[in-house]
Design a protein around this ligand. Sequence first.
Ligand SMILES: NC(=O)c1ccc[n+]([C@@H]2O[C@H](COP(=O)([O-])OP(=O)(O)OC[C@H]3O[C@@H](n4cnc5c(N)ncnc54)[C@H](OP(=O)(O)O)[C@@H]3O)[C@@H](O)[C@H]2O)c1
Length: 435
Amino acid sequence: MAITPAFDQASRAQMPALKVAILGFGTVGSAVARILCDQPAHSPLRLTHVYNRNVERKRVDWVTGDVCWSSNIDEVLASDADIIVELIGGMDPAHEWISRALTSGKSVVTANKKLIAKHGPELSALACKHGAALSFGASVAGGVPVIDALQEGLAGDQLYKVSGILNGTCNYILTKIESEGISFEEALVEAQRAGFAEADPTDDVDGFDARSKLVILSRIGLKAIVQPEQIHCDSIRRIGAIDFTYSHELGCTIRQISRAERREGQIYAAVQPALVPIDSPMAHITGSLNIVLSSGKYGGQTAFSGHGAGGHSTAVAVVSDLLDIARGRSGDNVRPQIAADVLPVTGNFTSAHYLRFTVHDRPGIVAAIANTLAAHSINIDALLQKPGYNKDALPFVVTLEQCPTEQLEAAMRDLRKLDFLVHAPLTMPILTKEL
Ligand SMILES: NC(=O)c1ccc[n+]([C@@H]2O[C@H](COP(=O)([O-])OP(=O)(O)OC[C@H]3O[C@@H](n4cnc5c(N)ncnc54)[C@H](OP(=O)(O)O)[C@@H]3O)[C@@H](O)[C@H]2O)c1
């Protein structure tokens, strides 16, 4: 399908609607179908195919009778559909099916962050080669139109930093621990009950989902091609109510922060739980909300926030991409392909740090910790200890003055050898308002 170079109301009205095939009739796929079936008669989009394995069990009465329900992917990819909407998720077979669709000149819209993080540049090049569009506005922050905002709205700036709270599951869990004083495990069960966490929460709580989104934001915002596995991830599994108690004393709260910065020909990037000041924009993001902050050389900081997941908000982003294609503008193909550099990646940010120790109490512990840190030229800023804990598993917190992460890691290798530890110390960066 050739994409119309510019949207023209008069000619658009005479053009037949673009035919849309949805692959995957799950949470997002069915919500997209709902919106498409609810379009006005003169809509430039028409749902023509729904594909799913064992599709018969997916049939619903609100989809009009002329839509073809199929479990045969070859039939759908060879059909006269103009746009394929990939909503099955995962790497394979989504990668193969998107490649086949683009190669045959069909445009593709996807919400698949994992796939776009890994194969986005290659698939965008394929789209360009075949005169098709590839749009993935729903892949980061669900219904928050941040991809379009970075690519279009802030195109006039030179962005050097993107950061945010990109995973609603982690944010829900952390804010539950904070507000109810419960454990990580209890908060996870609540998140699963409320439908905010999968039965296997690994991708979310260990940071891999946010990492995929950070890769996409780095490419779109910072014009840097980064591979997901190059980005350091720390899990939120070890965060407990006690960490919120201590971080509140420090004027902070804890959020899973994803950040990437283009500096001196490198990308600094990490996904990790971090202390953020209580009066920062990140601290105000509670429950399953998302926020993305971008920093530009000329325009300063811009914030985008809203519902980062959920069938309907994600479907809105998918349908917006479809309408964008129908208007003749689209993801990567109509605008010239965005030049992005392959840059080395480091997680060696410099910041203050929070260290939580749990020890078998005995004299000399603080001196041993201070000496180990001093041997690595790291200064202690403060020591916080709440009364009333069992001496066999006594928690206390040490905060450190600013140092590079690599310097801290070297010190941690020695600290972990100390024989009074109940378990390895927990470390988190303490970020400033600007991150
Ligand atoms: N849900 C959200 O809030 C959200 C937000 C942002 C982005 N996304 C992204 O949107 C995509 C879809 O997510 P979702 O939540 O809608 O997932 P979902 O509810 O699990 O739906 C996926 C659908 O695709 C079908 N499917 C999966 N693999 C298939 C295969 N190999 N062959 C045929 N059909 C297959 C599934 O069929 P079965 O019923 O047989 O399993 C299911 O109907 C993912 O890439 C996800 O990361 C989701």
